[in-house]
Design a protein around this ligand. Structure first.
Ligand code: FES
Length: 468
């Protein structure tokens, strides 16, 4: 990439360069800015953690707008980015609170201050400053909400959501597709960029980007649903979408692993590390340790290694290690039945302390990826249906069985992909495609669209394809 392609923006008055398409958080990290915010209680430093809009760590002010998640916003030329509250200050008097943390019991929080009746006025202002960590502009206009009507709303732009949106669009439905990140493809986005994704997935992305009957809102976070109405936060305004049918393809949250210092900048969820390295192209040359309680680290280690991140070791708490792994990590030390007890380093991470049956040792590294398992991102179903009953089948959102699905009752909201426990991208895409056809049936109430959608599915070999 030539220097002319680089984007420049300002961060706390300093010039930062970004590659086209790179997120603000990725550009800041590449520029050496690891601390983006601080915790409200102990003022502990916070850096990029999930890189997917699921945590408060990367909040910054962008062009005067407070509390913007910098991992979701692509860098634009000339944008003014700043840390909020005291984060950017050299001297933050409240940081000393952390030194007394051991004297504060778990759960010690603002209610204690509230009991100090006379002093409450003093506390209140300070606590607000610490908690909100930003200044609301003295006057601002709330842009009017945009209103859209659609036959189908698809929430989530990973393989499952794209399968649903593309199939429904081919069947003639008006589709709104809302994706949390600007890049389409979800967990398969790096494969899409590299041209390694399946033809069906790439065609689906082309179709939703170009079809006149599809509106893509990305980045756009669906924050609430009420029956057939949903609110999508587009960043600059709210979009109200009214849709006859909806597909929930919201994926899953990766969980943290418990060890001392797991909230420090430089410790990320493994999926967040994967996004930063493969999508934002940062952290190449760094040395990582992956801490895991499931097979995720093994699946992603090969990608990270090929992208230039040195993966020194995988520390797996399970005595038997992983199940069969399709892409075994190349030449990486694997410690099973082992656990990380803490990270080392004052300002930057310099290593992790690992306990194994043979004793304790330090592994040097400057970044840590952790994966404590996955939890379905299915809270929207409760908001959209009050109880979640319309889509819940036991512990799961309703799965769509391709065999005989034409005759099954139609739920208000269909769950597909990782939100129902399907983690393979190819299977998720196929589930989404069936959901799109199902939505066509629901909206049209007839069989012609189903036949068309099925022909599209089978013609594109959607149900049998591979979608790495
Ligand atoms: S929301 Fe940006 S790092 Fe989690």
């Amino acid at each position: 990439m030539s220097g002319r392609d680089q984007i420049e923006f300002s961060f706390n008055g300093k010039k930062i360069e970004a590659a086209p398409g790179q997120s603000v958080a990725g550009a800041l990290l590449a520029g050496g800015q690891v601390e983006l915010s601080r915790s409200a209680k102990y003022r502990r430093a916070r850096g990029v953690y999930c890189a997917h809009g699921h945590c408060p760590n990367c909040l910054v002010r962008v062009d005067g707008v407070p509390h913007v998640r910098s991992c979701l916003v692509p860098a634009r030329p000339g944008m003014l980015v700043a840390t909020e509250g005291a984060t950017g200050r050299r001297f933050d008097v409240y940081r000393s609170i952390g030194a007394f943390g051991r004297f504060f019991p778990v759960g010690f929080q603002y209610r204690w201050f509230k009991r100090q009746n006379l002093a409450w006025r003093l506390w209140e202002g300070r606590l607000r400053e610490l908690a909100a960590e930003t200044e609301i502009p003295a006057s601002f206009e709330i842009p009017a909400a945009e209103r859209l009507r659609a036959d189908l709303l698809v929430v989530g732009a990973g393989p499952a959501g794209l399968g649903a949106a593309a199939t429904a669009a081919k069947a003639g439905l008006h589709v709104v597709l809302a994706g949390r990140r600007a890049r389409l493809g979800g967990s398969a986005a790096p494969a899409v960029s590299d041209g390694a994704a399946s033809a069906e997935l790439r065609q689906a992305i082309d179709l939703v980007r170009t079809a006149t009957n599809v509106t893509v809102i990305a980045p756009g976070t669906v924050v609430a649903g009420f029956g057939d109405q949903y609110l999508v936060d587009r960043g600059d305004r709210v979009v109200e979408v009214t849709a006859a049918a909806s597909v929930l393809a919201t994926g899953a949250y990766e969980r943290a692993v418990v060890f001392a210092g797991n909230d420090r900048p430089g410790v990320l969820l493994t999926s967040g590390l994967h996004r930063l390295v493969l999508e934002d192209r940062v952290l190449t040359g760094a040395q990582a340790v992956l801490v895991t309680e499931n097979d995720t680290a093994y699946r992603l280690a090969g990608d990270l290694h090929r992208a230039g991140l040195g993966v020194r070791a995988i520390v797996d708490s399970r005595p038997d290690g992983p199940g069969p792994v399709a892409d075994p990590p190349p030449d990486i030390e694997v410690l099973t039945g082992a656990r990380v007890t803490r990270v080392r380093g004052r300002r930057r991470i310099t290593g992790v302390v690992v306990e194994t049956a043979g004793g304790r040792r330090t592994i040097r590294c400057d970044v840590v990826g952790m994966s404590g398992g996955w939890q379905r991102a299915d809270e929207l179903r409760y908001s959209a249906t009050s109880s979640g009953d319309a889509v819940v089948d036991g512990q799961r959102a309703t799965r769509i069985d391709p065999a005989g699905w034409e005759h099954a009752p139609l739920p208000v909201l269909q769950g597909v992909g990782a939100v129902t426990g399907t983690t393979d991208p190819g299977t998720a895409f196929a589930e989404g495609a069936v959901a799109g056809a199902w939505a066509a049936a629901r909206v049209a109430g007839g069989t012609e669209l189903i036949a068309g959608a099925l022909a599209a599915l089978r013609g594109g070999d959607v149900l049998g394809g591979s979608h790495g």
